[in-house]
Design a protein around this ligand. Structure first.
Ligand code: SF4
Ligand code: SF4
Length: 182
């Protein structure tokens, strides 16, 4: 029997085309502001562009999963003669640095592919990238694999909320939400 399928979304990055204009950061923060497009603050974006303007090198990095603690082994990357720390291209929101952490609430930021209803044809960062450094791809994957990924995301979000507000407050709020939905 054919397994149930689900759509998986990806954004492909071509670093050779990126000019470091940071339009993607601005569009992302505007889309996620409340109400939508009411403000622009790249510190709240779920994508950041690692830039070396002297060498004309730019690498867009998307916010990935939250991690509770920093890595205990650090390495460096040497690309084209320039040295980058391991953290430069890391996608995690991590307690050892400020990237991908919402500056007002301290909550982790993660790319949500601009999830909205109705769904967008393409995420905003892809739409505004005039250089086509970012391209959007949709693929069908077995539903079981997709479900495991969602479980991991929910667990990471709950852990971050418990760290900030405490387990009791989170459980209390979840119970209140469940009661409202009845
Ligand atoms: S919008 Fe495109 S070209 Fe500009 S910084 Fe972002 S990825 Fe690079
Ligand atoms: S897909 Fe949407 S949420 Fe993710 S980085 Fe791009 S604009 Fe931000």
């Amino acid at each position: 029997m054919k397994p149930a399928m689900k759509i998986e979304q990806e954004i492909l990055i071509d670093v050779d085309k990126c000019t470091g204009c940071r339009a993607c950061e601005m569009a992302c923060s505007a889309f996620h502001s409340l109400p939508k497009f009411s403000s622009i603050n790249p510190a709240k974006a779920r994508i950041r562009v690692v830039s070396d303007e002297i060498r004309d090198e730019y690498v867009p990095v998307f916010a990935g999963n939250h991690t509770k603690s920093g890595c205990d082994g650090r390495h460096v990357y040497t690309l084209d003669g320039k040295t980058y720390s391991e953290c430069s291209f890391c996608r995690a929101s991590c307690p050892t640095r400020d990237f991908f952490i919402e500056p007002d609430s301290g909550l982790p930021l993660k790319c949500d592919m601009c999830e909205s209803t109705p769904a967008l044809e393409k995420p905003w960062c892809v739409q505004v990238c005039g250089e086509e450094a970012l391209t959007y791809k949709r693929t069908e994957v077995p539903r079981e694999q997709a479900t495991q990924e969602v479980s991991g995301e929910i667990e990471a979000s709950l852990q971050a909320l418990m760290k900030q507000h405490g387990m009791e407050a989170v459980i209390h709020h979840l119970k209140e939400m469940a009661n409202k939905d009845r």
